[in-house]
Every structure is written in C-alpha cells, then in structure tokens.
Design a protein around this ligand. Structure first.
Ligand code: NAD
Length: 475
C-alpha cells in the first residue's frame, strides 16, 4: 500500500512547514513503520483557511451530490477492505478480526450519511396568533474541527467526517499522533471519491494543545467535534467557551455490566466476552466492571474463564490471533498497574495478569473478589481485563453501576422484562440488553454525565453539524 505520510491542506498533500516528522510505531514489535509529518501552527491556520475558502461552495452543493460522493467513498473502502484493515492493525496493534470489524463499521458511516444527506428535515407552521408563517430551515454550521482518538482510528474519523460532509460543512481533521496513517488513508479515499479541494483537511500538530486552541479561536471555526478522554474534553470545552463554539463531546466511559439473578448464562457469557474483549478492551464502550449476582456468580466466573482461555495473544497481521497488542507500552503498563493494584486490594487473579515485553501485549485477564470503589472499578481499564464484583441485591447493583461520573454504555443480562426495568434505571446514554455490542451507524451513539454531549450516528448525528434558522413570513 502507498502510505500517505503528509498533511492534506487545500486538496494537496504536503509536509509540515518546518519539516518535522514523528515516528509511527507498530505496537506488536515496537518497530517504526514510517515517519509522519508534524503540522506547525502555521499549517493548522492554512488548513482553517482552506476549509473556510471552500465552505460556501460546499454548502451550496446539492445534497444528492454530497451524498453520492460519500457513497463513492464507501464503495472504495468496500473494495479495499483488506488494505484498510491491514493499516489499522499495523499502527493500532489490534487483532485482525477486530480490524476487519472496524473497517466495516467505519465505512458504514459513509453509506449511512450518504442516505441522510438528502433527508435533512425542516418545518413550516402557522403562528398561534395567525399573523405569520414560521419557516424553520437547517443550514450547515460552518467549518468543523474534528479530533479523534487512537482506539478506533478509522471509525472515529468516518463517524465525524460523514455527517459533517453530508450536512454541507467543510472540515479539519486532527487524528491521534499514534494513528495518523489510517486517518490519512480515509482522507485520500475521500479525495479519490471526488470530494473537492478544501472540504477535508488533515493536520497533526504535536503536541496538539496550542495549535488546537488557536484553531478553536479562529472565528471561522464554528464546531468542535471531539472524541477522546474526559480530561481533554473538559479542557477543550473551556477553550470553546471564549468564542461560543458549538461542541460535541464523545468522552470516556466506565461501563457496568450487570448479570441479574436467573440470567441464562450461555448468552450472558457470550455477550460479556464481546462487551469486554472487542478491540482488546480498548473501547470507550468496553464493559469495565462486572456486577454478578451471588446466585450465578461461580458458574459465570467458570464459564468466563473457559471463554477467555480461547483467546490467543499475538500480532494482528498473523490473522489467527484473537487478541492483539495495546496501542503502546505505556498503555500496557497502565493496564498492568491497575491489575496489580486490584490484587493488592484483595482481588483474586483467576487468569492472565501477564504483560509481554516483545510488544505492547497483555493477556486476557480475569479477576474476582474485586471491591467496588477500588481503582480498577473507577479508572477506564482500556485493556482485556474482566473485573468481577459479586453482589446480593439488585438495588445495590444498580447503585454501584451508577456510582460513577461517567455514563456512556451499560450492559444488562437477565430475563427480558427484569433486564429492561434495570436498563431504564441505569445512568447511561446507551444500554445493551442481553447482547454484547450496541454500536450501529443507524443508532444515536453518545453519553450522559461526564461521558459527553451530543450524539453521533442515527438521525441525530447530522443535526450536530446543522443549525436551525427561523424565517418569519407574513401569513
Ligand atoms: P485523548 O483525550 O488523550 O486524545 C484524544 C485526541 O485529543 C487525540 O487526537 C489527541 O492528540 C488529542 N489531544 C490530546 N490532548 C489535547 C489537547 N490538550 N488539546 C487538543 N487536543 C488534544 O484520548 P485517547 O487516549 O486518544 O483515547 C482514549 C480515550 O478516548 C478514552 O478515554 C476513551 O474512552 C475515549 N473514547 C471515547 C469514545 C466515545 O465515543 N465516547 C470513543 C473512543 C474513545
């Protein structure tokens, strides 16, 4: 594959103005894959200029045409799934099945928003006094800054680019420093699909803080769509306050998974494995804390142990492995430290607990006797660690599940009516009932509490990039 390693500004691939480069590392063997251009603040200003210059003609492009360009990008990604997945594996480290899963999930946002581009709703009503007609139109919000994390380097980019472009907004994409290659590939696919110059721009300022702040301060930038940690999200919300920039925030999670008394353990364990192990646990939606009722606890743990024993850890390019590397040795060490602390707090290590030094690998791990409130239940683990807390009373389980500042995802397993009743009590933007995965481009994805603001995907996702305009007409 012909890797793109430069910035993309105004329809042209170019190096950063000071020639700086940063290493892109393969987490499975810690080798350097290539060196990617670092964007200076000047480059970032150029990207905003390019997006601003293209804004009015893109907004005026017919919705059908915008949709067809997104559809063309979807077709390219479909034809190139293998290369796409390989790129994700190389810089992110995830397993081959996870990378193929992400490639499919990522391209579906282009298809979904190609269809949504032509369905933007408006409204027309008579005022109650009868003196006027109220016409409500939706217009593109303006230049949009899109910031994405490393854990889903493709899907987090397409989940923002697709609705922004469908809505008629021009964009500046800033991917995570760990995974710029996948983002650059997606941008190149949009270029090949025929998206005009300036509509999509790509910059990689490193460190990101000062340049991102300057972009947010530009009056042309009217939207920040951020996915990443709550800590950085909070900082960026403050930066948005000065220019009253609209902000959508997809932030950290700490998903509880509740197994109710009488749950059918076969589907429960199948779902729990997916909820935990998809993407090696490096998902904002990953089940982080398992609350298992005493009546089913021992059997659940035995079945989970057996299911986890089937995972083999190794490089994703060796397609047989089902658990890849974490994104970096630092992430691996963070997971190891959380497991060690949990054991020191009294948890029992049933399986795993082993870090490997030949790459950023950490084995599938199972802990029981975890104490609610200990670090492993309050931190986002972001690794393949199942931490089980035993409970006696369902009300207590709900209380513990809600005992967090986060509220992105939650899982419940049990008889459907009981599980639905619990689902309604959980403080989360999304709840999966008797299943291990909820994400779907056609569904509104997002969190409550400190997990975020706004929604991506579904009919809601495009609205984040549109603003209502009310026009008053004489009756
Ligand atoms: P992160 O917050 O460190 O970084 C996210 C992005 O912000 C990266 O592009 C990074 O370069 C940039 N960034 C970092 N500091 C910045 C600053 N001061 N100013 C401007 N930009 C800055 O997160 P991460 O470690 O890349 O990703 C993991 C986090 O993302 C987890 O907390 C996870 O839960 C969250 N996440 C959330 C969702 C969701 O949809 N809610 C999805 C995926 C990941």
């Amino acid at each position: 594959m012909n890797l793109r390693t430069d910035l993309f500004i105004g329809g042209r691939w170019r190096p950063g103005t000071d020639g700086g480069r940063l290493d892109v590392v393969d987490p499975s063997d810690l080798s350097t894959i290539t060196r990617f251009a670092v964007a200076t603040e000047r480059d970032c200003m150029d990207a905003v200029d390019a997006a601003a210059a293209a804004a009015s003609s893109w907004a005026a492009t017919a919705p059908r045409e915008r949709g067809e360009l997104l559809r063309a990008a979807y077709e390219i990604l479909t034809a190139e799934t293998e290369e796409f997945a390989e790129l994700i594996v190389r810089e992110n480290g995830k397993s081959w099945p996870d990378a193929v899963g992400e490639a499919h999930y990522a391209k579906e946002f282009f298809r979904w928003f190609a269809e949504e581009a032509v369905r933007v709703p408006g409204d027309h009503r008579l005022s109650p006094s009868g003196d006027k007609r109220i016409v409500v139109e939706r217009q593109p919000i303006g230049v949009s800054l899109l910031i994405t994390p490393w854990n889903f380097p493709a899907a987090m980019a397409t989940r923002k680019l697709a609705p922004a472009l469908a809505a008629g907004c021009t964009t500046v994409l800033k991917p995570a420093a760990e995974t710029p290659l996948t983002a650059a590939y997606v941008v190149e696919v949009l270029r090949r699909a025929g998206v005009p110059d300036g509509v999509v721009n790509l910059v990689t300022p490193t460190p990101p803080g000062p340049a991102v702040r300057r972009m947010i301060d530009r009056p042309e930038v009217r939207k920040l769509s951020f996915t990443g940690s709550t800590e950085v999200g909070r900082e960026l919300l403050r930066a948005c306050a000065d220019g009253v920039v609209s902000a959508s925030m997809e932030l950290g999670g700490n998903a509880p998974l509740v197994v109710l008394p009488g749950a059918d353990l076969e589907p429960a364990v199948e779902g729990a494995v997916l909820a935990k192990m998809r993407n090696g646990g490096a998902a904002c939606t990953a089940a982080n804390r398992f609350y298992v009722h005493a009546s089913v606890h021992d059997e659940f743990v035995a079945r989970m142990d057996a299911a986890l024993s089937a995972f083999t850890t190794g490089p994703g390019l060796d397609r047989a492995h089902t658990l890849g590397a974490l994104v970096s040795p630092a992430e691996r060490d963070k997971v190891a430290a959380l497991v060690d602390a949990a054991i020191a707090d009294g948890a029992t290590l049933v399986r795993g607990g082993r870090a490997r030094s030949d790459g950023a690998f950490y084995d599938a791990t199972l802990l029981t006797g975890v104490v609610h409130g200990s670090a492993i239940t309050t931190a986002e683990i972001f690794g393949p660690v199942t931490a089980v807390v035993r409970y006696e009373d369902v009300d207590e389980a709900v209380r513990m599940a809600n005992d967090t500042v986060h509220g992105l995802m939650a899982y419940v397993f049990g008889e459907e009516r009981e599980a639905m009743a619990v689902a309604r009590r959980l403080e989360a933007g999304m709840v999966a009932v008797n299943r291990g995965v909820a994400s779907d481009p056609a569904a509104p994805f997002g969190g409550v509490k400190q997990s975020g603001l706004g929604r991506e995907g579904g009919a809601e996702g495009i609205l984040e990039f549109l603003e209502e305009k009310y026009i008053a007409l004489t009756a």
